[in-house]
Design a protein around this ligand. Structure first.
Ligand code: HEC
Ligand code: HEC
Ligand code: HEC
Ligand code: HEC
Ligand code: HEC
Ligand code: HEC
Ligand code: HEC
Ligand code: HEC
Ligand code: HEC
Ligand code: HEC
Length: 278
């Protein structure tokens, strides 16, 4: 009997504590920055500034309870949150992002593995080369290479894509918010075409149509030990990997026929020669 009373009192107590907890309301960013004054000057340098219409509580949730009784426990902090719950906060405004479109998200990387909200002064001073632009944690090529070490090795090869003056290299070809679909040859060949229109046509006589993999049938996109980023070297090995029976007058023991592109020089396609001579 005594036990029953105790349990009832306990339940009522719990109910009192939680049932009476007021639902948090919004108090406005000015209240937050009264206490968190170091954040304001930093966040003002980013697009997420209250001055630009993005409020603290848009990301951290209503904060009246926290403002009355400050504790890390009664405010949404991003610490140790799942990628999904982090994404829920961001996607309110960044509707263009969708988790199922992103390979990174599907492999458990959160927005905050790459982005930093620039709240802390230390971070800004620590490394002046950190770009505020894009709110990235580190310069973006370095960011990619932190996780993609295999690609680092490829870019270290003697022949590699180098975009002097074009800016970051990886995002020239990859959108980190998108999925594997982007790697489909047709899509990738379009990317290549945007910088190499001479090699992409359209041509009347196309060498490799879209039934093949396009540019990466013959080129390594990141880097290669072969000149011109070719997949094989010397070049005739590449040609002969597909053209197993060249016309019989091609005497392959004769040095004259060694360099295929000395005659078939318009190797990407031509508007005049179906055999790609010019
Ligand atoms: C009265 C002062 C005060 C006000 C007003 C205040 N905070 Fe806090 N806040 C604190 C203190 C104190 C902490 C705890 C710091 C600690 O433990 O290191 C804190 C911690 C936090 C944390 C970190 C939680 C964590 O896990 O470390 C966040 C996020 C936060 N506040 C956001 C806000 C937001 C958003 C507002 C406005 C709605 C706000 N605060 C208003 C004093 C305040
Ligand atoms: C765009 C979303 C966003 C906005 C707007 C925002 N924050 Fe944050 N805040 C975050 C994220 C994400 C973190 C987790 C740490 C990080 O990645 O920088 C964080 C961390 C914090 C922390 C913990 C700080 C720490 O270094 O541990 C505090 C305190 C905080 N925010 C307060 C504020 C205040 C005050 C404002 C308004 C001036 C604000 N935040 C605006 C997203 C936001
Ligand atoms: C209340 C709306 C809002 C929320 C929530 C929000 N953002 Fe933003 N964010 C903006 C606006 C507005 C801009 C500036 C315009 C733009 O680029 O779309 C922006 C810009 C950005 C940029 C580009 C910065 C630049 O310099 O180009 C990044 C990265 C970003 N937000 C990441 C995040 C992440 C990560 C979250 C979740 C933690 C988040 N945002 C939550 C409104 C928001
Ligand atoms: C793998 C790293 C990575 C992840 C994960 C990531 N981003 Fe980005 N994000 C980038 C890079 C790199 C840029 C490009 C910055 C530039 O253009 O210089 C960028 C740009 C942005 C921009 C501004 C340009 C644009 O495309 O609109 C927004 C907004 C943004 N990210 C939001 C997010 C949100 C929200 C998430 C979580 C769903 C997220 N990002 C996850 C790396 C990442
Ligand atoms: C010139 C365009 C281009 C550039 C620049 C580029 N990539 Fe790629 N990347 C590609 C293509 C094309 C593929 C598909 C290759 C294939 O399927 O053989 C690819 C594939 C990948 C893959 C998937 C590999 C796999 O085996 O599944 C990763 C990861 C990757 N790239 C990361 C990077 C990183 C990191 C950088 C910057 C250091 C970078 N890429 C720069 C075009 C590029
Ligand atoms: C925090 C670690 C991390 C960072 C930073 C990162 N990636 Fe990834 N990336 C991954 C993981 C994990 C996968 C999925 C597994 C895999 O294919 O390697 C992936 C996959 C990829 C793929 C293959 C696409 C697919 O659909 O499978 C490409 C391309 C890629 N990343 C490009 C980038 C680029 C560009 C950047 C820089 C803007 C970047 N990554 C930054 C971890 C990262
Ligand atoms: C953002 C522009 C850009 C994109 C996209 C791009 N390239 Fe390039 N590419 C360049 C520039 C600039 C050079 C010349 C500088 C250099 O050697 O890196 C180059 C050089 C090359 C070379 C000659 C390399 C050598 O050793 O001389 C080949 C082959 C090549 N690209 C193929 C490709 C393929 C295949 C793709 C698509 C997967 C592609 N490129 C996408 C800008 C681009
Ligand atoms: C059938 C194989 C093949 C395909 C497919 C192919 N290339 Fe090439 N590419 C070559 C060969 C071989 C060379 C070297 C030419 C030479 O030996 O003179 C070359 C050279 C290049 C160069 C350097 C040329 C220069 O003059 O600097 C670029 C850039 C290039 N290719 C881009 C592309 C792009 C973009 C695509 C896709 C639209 C593509 N290639 C598709 C075989 C190919
Ligand atoms: C990935 C396989 C592949 C590679 C590598 C390749 N080719 Fe081809 N090539 C083809 C195919 C398939 C055709 C037929 C195109 C068609 O019928 O539309 C063709 C057509 C040709 C033709 C015209 C033949 C005709 O019947 O009109 C010549 C010439 C040629 N290739 C030379 C070369 C040379 C030289 C190389 C090396 C630089 C090379 N090819 C590399 C697949 C390849
Ligand atoms: C000295 C110049 C020369 C060199 C070098 C050369 N070719 Fe040819 N190639 C020709 C001529 C000429 C034709 C016939 C054109 C015609 O029939 O109108 C031809 C035709 C072809 C054809 C088309 C066959 C068909 O069915 O019509 C292919 C494929 C081909 N060559 C591949 C190669 C390969 C692979 C190499 C390198 C191992 C190579 N060629 C080197 C001159 C050359």
């Amino acid at each position: 009997m005594k036990k029953m009373v105790m349990v009832t009192i306990f339940i009522l107590f719990v109910f009192y504590c939680f049932g009476s907890t007021p639902k948090p309301k919004r108090v406005g960013s000015d209240t937050c920055t009264m206490c968190h004054d170091t954040i304001e000057s930093q966040i003002d340098k980013t697009p997420h500034s209250p001055k630009k219409g993005v409020q603290c509580e848009d990301c951290h949730g209503p904060g009246s309870v926290h403002a009355d009784d400050p504790s890390p426990k009664n405010i949404f902090s991003f610490k140790e949150k799942s990628p999904k719950s982090i994404f829920e906060k961001c996607k309110k405004c960044h509707k263009g992002m969708h988790k199922s479109w992103s390979s990174h998200f599907l492999s458990g990387e959160s927005c905050l593995n790459c982005h930093d909200m620039w709240h802390s002064e230390e971070e800004n001073i620590k490394d002046k080369s950190i770009p505020t632009e894009g709110l990235l944690k580190v310069e973006s090529t370095q960011l990619c290479l932190k996780c993609h070490t295999t690609q680092q090795n490829e870019f270290n090869k003697p022949f590699h894509h180098e975009f002097k003056g074009v800016g970051n290299s990886c995002i020239q070809c990859h959108n980190p918010h998108k999925s594997r679909k982007e790697l489909r040859p047709r899509k990738m060949s379009k990317k290549c075409a945007s910088c190499h229109p001479d090699m992409s046509g359209p041509f009347i006589y196309v060498h490799l149509g879209t039934q093949y993999e396009g540019c990466i049938e013959c080129h390594k996109p990141h880097g290669s030990t072969n000149p011109n980023l070719l997949t094989r070297s010397p070049t005739r090995f590449l040609c002969l990997s597909c053209h197993v029976d060249t016309p019989s007058f091609h005497d392959l023991s004769n040095p004259k026929y060694e360099n295929c592109t000395s005659c078939h020089s318009a190797i990407h396609g031509s508007n005049v020669s179906s055999k790609f001579f010019e």
